[in-house]
Structure formats: structure tokens, C-alpha cells
Ligand binder design. Sequence first.
Ligand code: NJP
Length: 231
Amino acid sequence: TDQIAIVSGASRGIGKAIALLLALQGAKVVAVARSENDLEELTLKTQGLCIVADISIEEDAQYVVQETLSRFGRLDILVCNAGVGSFNELEHFEAAEWDRIFDTNVKGTFLLCKAAVPHLKAQKSGHIVGITSDVAKRTFPHGTAYGASKFAQDALLASLRKEVRPHGIKVSTIYPGLVDTYFNDTTPGSPEAEKTHLRPSDVAQALRYVLEAPAHVVIDELMLHPLTQEY
Ligand code: NJP
């Protein structure tokens, strides 16, 4: 299809796999992240558009949507994937680290949706997909900041789902378990992680399933885990 899709956090990990799969399926992909070099490499592969932007800054989020519309004239899919996390006992968390996590995961999702929704409403169509986490539904030690941010991102998307449904706009949320990416300063590709983690392409396939639902169906939530993960 010739759908127009914005993917945040497309420079690596899950977002990159999503951008590549959407491009393979014929979508025009607008890849968004802060790392220009990684984005340029991806854009060569997707033949789409890359936008260097920090989604936690309102001007940047607005620019992403404006550029997409001026280049392609419409927007069909918004994938809110960009996210960060780190893990520690509560009393060892710096307030600045708390802010970084919330600014990216919660405010970043809010700002991209805020920029896109008026246009989707005018079109009377569109699909917003949030890549949150299974920890939006469970809690664990050392996860105060990340878990709270994912609960908040989840609540934002669930509220928005009800708000935009009358306008013909779908909101879906995907909750992955462990995924082998660069998340929290890890390096993907170790033989160990292959046994214990999902691959980014597994999450991309889940997103594909969500997007391919018939016009009259919205898949509200989809959770996936590696078979080995206890949760
Ligand atoms: O992580 P990683 P994942 N503005 O680090 C971008 C969730 N998740 O793919 O800006 C714009 O490989 C960053 O690009 P750059 C997780 O919470 C993961 O695993 O250039 N972009 C990069 O492209 C997150 O929501 C696991 O540094 C920003 C991307 O985000 C999503 O999956 C488990 C940005 C991060 O790529 C993707 O994370 C789970 C900003 N301000 C949920 N800040 C897991 N890996 O185990 C970051 O349940 N980015």
C-alpha cells in the first residue's frame, strides 16, 4: 500500500525493524530519532524521509508532523515507539533521570499525538500505535521510574483511544516483554539474548498484525513475550 507512516525511535532497535517492515510493505516511512547518522543509513534502505528530532520537545514533534504533511499530504500511521529506561532502587534515582524517562516515554508520546490528532480528525482516519511494555501491566523492583512511565503512557493511549474513536481513528497498544535491542545501554546480538529475548522483528510482525485488522476492527491491546520469560 502507499500508506504514510511516522515511526519514532527508528534509528535502532524495535523502531528500526518497524520502519524496515513498513517500507517493505510499500509504506512511505518517516523515520524519527536524534541520531542523524543512523537515520541516514536507514533512509537509504526505506527510501523514505528521515527527520532528526527530539520528541520530548514540542517544536520538534510539531515539525515532524508538519514535514510529513508537506512532503506527502497525509498521515495514515503514527508509531509512538521511542522510549528510554534505566533501573535502580528508588532512593538512588537522580531526579534528572526520572525526568529523562518521563519526558521521552510519556511527554514524547503526548506531543506526537497532539501534533498528529487534528490532522487525523480532519482526514477522519488514521492509526496510532504505541509501543509501550509489558511493565505497563505489572510491577517489579528497580522499575519505579520506567514502570511508572509505561503505566502513564498506557493510560494516555487508552484514554486517547476512546477520545478519537468517534472520528474513525484507531489507537492500538503493543506490550512486548524482553526485546534484544540497544535499550538501557545494552548491545544486541549475543547468543544468550537470542534464547531469552524477542527479536525487534517479532515486535514489527505484531505491529503488522495490528495494522492489518479489517477497517471495522481495532485491536486495542496486544502483548507478546519470549517463551522463556517469567513475568
Ligand atoms: O530501544 P533502543 P528499543 N527523541 O534503545 C530513540 C520499549 N520496550 O528499541 O534518539 C527521539 O534500541 C532512539 O534514537 P536516538 C521501550 O521502552 C523495550 O528497545 O537516536 N527519539 C532509538 O531509535 C521503547 O519505548 C523493551 O537515540 C528518541 C530508540 O528511541 C521501545 O520499546 C521491552 C528519543 C530506542 O531504541 C523501543 O525501545 C519493552 C527522543 N527523545 C519495551 N529518545 C526491551 N528492549 O527489552 C530515544 O517491554 N529515542
